[in-house]
Design a protein around this ligand. Structure first.
Ligand code: KG4
Ligand code: ZN
Length: 342
């Protein structure tokens, strides 16, 4: 591994319903981060409303950049490059961050680095707060479980920026399943955190849901689990009985966590991974974090709680490695982005 050059990267993220800006030094040290969440606005619609999201990004993007810079006690002149999420995501949302980043890059004469949002999630596990003791760096080969609202995949990472996708979801992503099950249990949006909260007082063994049998051990499928919850909930409705929301939440969460944990462990063993990394919005889930923490077979890297859901620190961190290793990707919006290899 060559010694990487020092660099300060300003990252911008606007792929879904968070407008965010952050400054990262040398790929790992978080100097400042600002996130403007639109969650309360979209909660009214029970999901992300793309047109509303784009308009909110337009309102928030400059204030968020100013906020991150103010927190950092730095100015735009102190940056070495601008990194921005280029996809996947909502097109109307992506263009807002991308155009802001292009403006900064042009105005300041700095390189512009397009970052894949999923790669950003993975690099969130490299980040620590500036000034804190530097945690051990993830070691390759690394088995990376990526669990977000739009994606669920297992990637074998053999080096920086080098991935082999082993499997992904055949239908719903893990976060999407949490959100849909949350909706059918009449919990507020987004379902992930709401299910986690409801599950705290529920019995995870009350409902037994079967695991899907798939051709590949590294593929995922969550729509059958969601439908199984739906059928059981409907049984209560038909009988006019109160729905045991907490037990449903706990049983669903336990099943989903069990599937994610077991497949990741299996893949890590099969591919002789040195360590495991878990990232993406669902990695904020306490039950999932707990499942991975007590085992001592592999060292497991999970980002700090605040870096699990969408943020710009992860985009700046991934942007740093692209910048430092000379892998600067093209800037087109990824409408159907390729991610990983083979
Ligand atoms: O990574 P992310 O912020 O956005 C995407 O890239 O999709 O992930 C959002 C997803 C949502 O589906 C949300 O319900 C889920 O992450 N999520 C959680 C938790 N916090 C967020 N799922 C389970 N438990 C949580 N605590
Ligand atoms: Zn995300």
């Amino acid at each position: 591994m060559p010694t990487l050059p020092p660099a300060r990267i300003l990252g911008i993220e606007s792929s879904c319903d968070e407008t965010a800006c952050a400054v990262i030094e040398n790929g790992r040290a978080l100097i400042a981060s600002a996130v403007a969440s639109q969650m309360d606005i979209h909660a009214r619609y029970g999901g992300v409303f793309p047109e509303v999201a784009s308009r909110q990004h337009v309102l928030s993007v400059v204030p968020v950049i100013e906020q991150a810079l103010a927190k950092s006690n730095l100015t735009l002149k102190d940056m070495d490059a601008i990194a921005v999420t280029r996809g996947p995501g909502l097109a109307g949302s992506l263009v807002v961050g991308m155009n802001a980043a292009k403006g900064l890059s042009l105005g300041l004469g700095l390189p512009l680095i397009g970052v894949n949002h999923l790669e950003g999630h993975i690099y969130s596990a490299w980040i620590h707060n500036a000034g804190d003791a530097v945690p051990p760096e993830p070691q390759f080969p690394l088995m990376a479980l990526l669990v977000s609202g739009g994606h669920t995949e297992l990637n074998l990472m053999t080096d920086h920026l080098t991935y082999k996708r082993l499997g992904s979801t055949l239908d719903d992503a893990a976060g999407e399943a949490f959100d849909k099950v949350g909706r059918l249990l009449s919990l507020p949006f987004p379902g992930g955190p709401a299910i986690q909260k409801a599950a705290e007082n529920g019995d995870p063994t009350r409902f037994k849901f079967t695991r899907p049998k798939l051709d590949s051990p590294y593929a995922f499928s969550f729509s059958g689990l969601k439908t199984a919850v739906l059928y059981e909930v409907n049984d209560f409705k038909k009988k006019n009985e109160p729905i045991p929301v907490e037990d449903f939440a706990a049983s669903f969460q336990a099943t989903a966590v069990d599937i994610l944990f077991n497949k990741t462990m299996q893949a890590a063993r099969d591919f002789n991974a040195k360590e495991i990394l878990v990232a993406g919005g669902v990695s904020a889930n306490k039950a999932l974090r707990n499942a991975f923490q007590p085992q001592n077979e592999f060292k497991v890297h999970i980002p700090a709680f605040s870096l699990c859901t969408d943020n710009a620190a992860m985009i700046a961190a991934a942007g740093y490695y692209r910048y430092a290793l000379g892998h600067v990707s093209e800037m087109d919006i990824d409408v159907q982005p390729t991610w990983g290899l083979s």
